[in-house]
Design a binder for this molecule. Structure first.
Ligand SMILES: Nc1nc2c(ncn2[C@@H]2O[C@H](COP(=O)(O)OP(=O)(O)O)[C@@H](O)[C@H]2O)c(=O)[nH]1
Ligand SMILES: [Mg+2]
Length: 335
């Protein structure tokens, strides 16, 4: 937990600008095998064209080793390491009454993590105490608002690593997959998205209604934004901290992953899917209600689309006003 501190608050406060694009290193095109998802930006810039035309290169990722069937675990397994030199990785874990699951989750974290941030959502089961008992170095953020989206927003703001990994506290997302996510970032991706549908991924947690809902919503986002996502509503992702200004989280609940995926795609960043295996939560019950939260996700997709259209309209209006003004200014000189 050492090294220079970069404030994510500062980063999040910045508005994305063309300069942000210009300063980042040109990402490499991943191979189709690695499920690269290239978003077609809605308002392409010269920069995003340049990125898309980058030469292809195969990303060297650790081969997926899914453990099928949701069987339990193990803290006596050999430890894993991220091994991406000079890159500090912050793990952000939202938790609401997950005390019984933390030993499993924390026990599987890579040894060389820069920091572990647990965002507590007003838990009443001793989650915070258990987290501190297991990992005295854990950074606890006491969430002010409510919901997973709000928790992630507060957790991202507290992160000081160059890379942020978001995963769940219920044991469904395996922390031992973190090196796979970080390797894809270090190989050139801007944003790495876990996918249960990519080859080598899977889920023993998805119920039929959730599977259908996820697939319909994913299809809708792909149609609207020209993406090729294979999974949408999954909470295991990793990204460079410099992507935060593009994400600008402003939703409280489970619609958060969808919003992140839409905004990252709109920004024209290089998105890489990696396979991930989701197990059923170990203890406790899910906070998600399939119908309520499914409808909220649908609403979020619609609102985001409207927001983009309004912005486009305002840009067009501004451009036409500027053209009129330029015409008026030219007249005296042209006489
Ligand atoms: N801090 C915080 N964490 C939450 C909240 N709601 C859900 N979570 C966490 O988000 C993760 C995913 O939530 P979960 O209930 O398992 O939803 P599911 O995986 O979609 O069934 C878990 O680690 C939860 O503890 C919340 O309001 N605040
Ligand atoms: Mg869960």
């Amino acid at each position: 937990m050492t090294g220079p501190q970069t404030s994510s608050n500062d980063r999040a406060a910045q508005e994305p600008s063309p300069r942000d694009h210009a300063v980042r290193t040109a990402p490499q095109e991943p191979s189709p095998r690695d499920h690269a998802v290239r978003a077609a930006p809605q308002e392409p810039s010269p920069r995003s064209h340049a990125v898309r035309a980058a030469p292809r290169r195969t990303l060297q990722l650790a081969p997926p080793q899914p453990e099928q069937g949701g069987e339990l675990f193990v803290s006596d397994q050999p430890s894993v390491r991220i091994e991406c030199e000079g890159v500090r990785v912050s793990a952000v874990i939202p938790a609401r009454n997950e005390a019984g699951n933390l030993a499993y989750v924390f026990g599987r974290l890579p040894d060389d993590l820069h920091e572990l941030i647990l965002v507590d959502g007003h838990s009443t089961d001793g989650t915070v105490e258990e987290a501190r008992r297991l990992r005295p170095d854990v950074k606890v953020v006491h969430q002010q608002g409510h919901g997973k989206g709000d928790a992630l927003s507060e957790g991202f703001a507290a992160a000081t690593g160059e890379v942020i990994v978001m995963l769940d506290a219920d044991g469904s997302t395996d922390p031992r997959e973190i090196p796979r996510f970080v390797a894809a970032l270090c190989a050139g991706a801007d944003f790495v998205k876990g996918s249960r549908y990519a080859q080598g991924g899977g889920s023993s947690d998805l119920t039929p209604p959730r599977r259908i809902g996820n697939s319909l919503l994913c299809g809708l986002v792909n149609t609207l934004y020209g993406t090729h996502y294979t999974d949408l509503c999954y909470g295991y992702n990793a990204f460079w901290g410099r992507c935060l200004p593009y994400i600008r989280l402003d939703v409280p609940g489970f619609e958060v992953e969808t919003l992140i995926n839409v905004r990252i795609a709109r920004a024209g960043l290089l998105i890489q899917e990696v396979p991930s295996y989701e197990r059923p939560r170990l203890e406790g019950t899910s906070n998600l209600k399939a119908v309520r939260d499914g409808l909220q996700i649908l609403r979020t997709i619609g609102l985001e689309r409207m927001r983009i259209s309004q912005r486009r309209g305002l840009t067009a209006l501004r451009d036409s006003n500027l053209a009129v003004l330029a015409g008026l200014l030219r007249r005296p000189g042209s006489r």
